[in-house]
Design a protein around this ligand. Structure first.
Ligand code: HXC
Length: 516
């Protein structure tokens, strides 16, 4: 054949590969407002950095590898490239080929790029747009999924794994993303479900639509499966790039240090205006976070799910931090099943990837209720305790307004191993608020009082004087310092500097038994 002939042949094969499932299907993809797999990769990565692998792989079901009807590359595009000049591994399912479904070759291609990502210690980003297991390939498709799941689990906590859902993802196509660290969905174009509306209608009789069942908003706000619901693909690529900027490439690495230009000696001058005068009134904890982090640049994770707790990434002095903060704006910032799960997961991610955890506490307690108890709040709340106690990264906690009951313990308390615990000067640390406490400890006096309301006010005020402040906790060393709220950024920054060389070990074990 000769090199010239082969080069010509290679050119034709690659041209065919780049057409995926053909012009018609590409046009259909565009009509749905979706980019093709290669267009997506181009948009996501630094320009011109993509190196593709296995462009010429073909489904082993094809009788001849050079059959004219072969879909070269099969239903996935894989390779590596750079984001913000850092290497990443990427795969993008190609919906124009068998609906992006996964058979043997697709499984092997994804497996290969994941293995490379593990060997070199870089994040892997999966762009998912797939009808699930390739039905024609039978058990080989199931085997393909199984080996990817296995790799997802082995890679968990070693390299960051990000999943973008960019089309209808069904069946096995949703389980691999579920095993990764972050899921990005796009409004109105992406859905995730195990079984679609038709199957649901025949099995349970429920009627639903693709979007209602598995759309971005459903998973971002109801199930919590998705961490981000973003308006379009381009914006989603930007958010992936932004998220990566906070993360290290692997668990032995540190996050990139960014020159943010925001001084670590900056006082939080506006913070006193954020807290309302009445201690039970709501405010937005994100206003405090915006004052705290460099340039107010805070990337919230799970924004629409369990909104009574806020988690996300920011920087202080250019270094990444993870923030966990009760949100008094929703359910008074109470801890419930979903907020405990959300925060526990985030704490574990930060711990796995060497990102210090800053906790801002303003919590009235755990949410009482039959549905919470039946839903297992005991186990779910225990996850949060577990996550904080097992984390060995630097942990700094600030009680900004109140920390009551078990939630005081759970929210990064000294007793769970936090390194530095601050309380704002006006904070309250107690088993419960005086308004509730007097009903229990002063029931008899209240019953016997001539004027019950007067007596109640007096008793509450006495309780507040005696127990509802930070000074007892400070006297016992549970709080390391009671601070002026305006000094919070300076104090945390100095704490992080001191803790930069922190090293803490745990007893040797295979793994703990987190109460799942
Ligand atoms: C092979 C598939 C396919 C599949 C879609 N296609 N899904 N081919 N295996 N699983 C093909 C179609 O035949 C079609 O081919 C092209 O992809 C586009 O599909 P359409 O149906 O025309 O597209 P659309 O209307 O947008 O619907 C997309 C869809 C739907 C919602 C994903 O195709 C669908 O419901 N697919 C089946 C989903 C499913 O049940 N998968 C198996 C799950 S079981 P042409 O040639 O016309 O372009 C599973 C088990 C794994 O995944 C378990 C692991 C634990």
């Amino acid at each position: 054949m000769g090199i010239q002939n082969n080069l010509e042949h290679l050119k034709q094969l690659k041209e065919q590969a780049y057409l995926g499932g053909g012009q018609e299907r590409i046009a259909a993809q565009h009509e749905r407002g979706k980019l093709t797999a290669r267009e997506r990769i181009e948009s996501l990565l630094d320009q011109g950095t993509f190196e593709e692998l296995d462009t010429l792989a073909v489904s082993k079901n094809d009788d001849e590898a050079n059959d004219d009807n072969s879909f070269y590359g099969d239903a996935v595009v894989t390779g590596w490239g750079r984001i913000d000049n850092r290497t990443i591994a990427v795969f993008a399912q190609d919906f124009t080929v068998f609906g992006g479904s996964l058979g043997e070759v697709v499984g092997e291609k994804i497996g290969k790029i994941m293995d490379i990502a593990m060997k070199i210690g870089v994040p892997v980003i999966g762009l998912n747009d797939s009808g699930g297991a390739r039905i024609q390939e039978g058990v080989s498709s199931l085997a393909g999924y199984g080996t990817i799941f296995n790799r997802n689990v082995q890679a968990s906590g070693v390299i960051p794994q990000l999943s973008m859902i960019l089309g209808p993802c069904a069946g096995g196509a949703v389980y691999s993303p579920a095993l990764t660290d972050f899921i990005f969905m796009v409004e109105n174009t992406s859905q995730m479900f195990l079984t679609g509306p038709d199957v649901i209608a025949s099995v349970t009789g429920e009627t639903t639509t693709f979007e209602e069942l598995g759309g971005a908003q459903s998973h971002a706000s109801k199930s919590g499966v998705a961490h981000f619901a973003i308006e379009n693909e381009e914006a989603a690529f930007e958010e992936v790039r932004r998220l990566l900027s906070f993360l290290p490439s692997n668990n032995m690495d540190e996050s990139p240090v960014v020159d943010t230009g925001d001084n670590t000696t900056r006082r939080m001058e506006n913070v006193l205006n954020i807290l309302p005068d009445e201690p039970q009134n709501p405010y937005d904890i994100r206003d405090v976070i915006d004052e705290l982090v460099d340039n107010g640049d805070f990337m919230e994770i799970h924004e629409f799910f369990a909104q009574n707790i806020v988690v996300g990434f920011g920087r202080i002095g250019g270094r990444s931090i993870g923030i966990v903060a009760n949100q008094p704006l929703y359910l008074a910032g109470v801890l419930d099943i979903d907020s405990s799960r959300k925060a526990a997961r985030f704490v574990r991610f930060c711990d796995a990837f060497n990102i210090p955890i800053i906790t801002l506490v303003d919590v009235p307690g755990f949410l009482p209720g039959v549905s919470q108890e039946y839903g297992g709040i005991i186990s779910h709340g225990a996850k949060l305790v577990f996550a904080y106690a097992e984390a060995t990264v630097p942990k700094i906690t600030v009680i900004v307004r109140k920390a009551f009951g078990g939630a005081y313990d759970a929210m990064g308390s000294k007793h769970l191993g936090a390194d530095i615990n601050f309380a704002w000067a006006g904070a309250a640390v107690a088993v419960m608020a005086g308004t509730q406490a007097v009903n229990i400890i002063n029931r008899r006096e209240l019953q016997d009082a001539e004027d019950e309301e007067n007596e109640r006010t007096k008793l509450i005020s006495e309780y507040q004087e005696r127990l509802e402040h930070p000074f007892i906790a400070a006297a016992k060393g549970y709080i390391d310092d009671v601070i002026d709220p305006r000094d919070t950024r300076i104090k945390i920054s100095r704490g992080l500097e001191m803790l930069a060389t922190k090293s803490e070990s745990r007893p040797a074990k295979k793994h703990g038994i987190i109460p799942l």
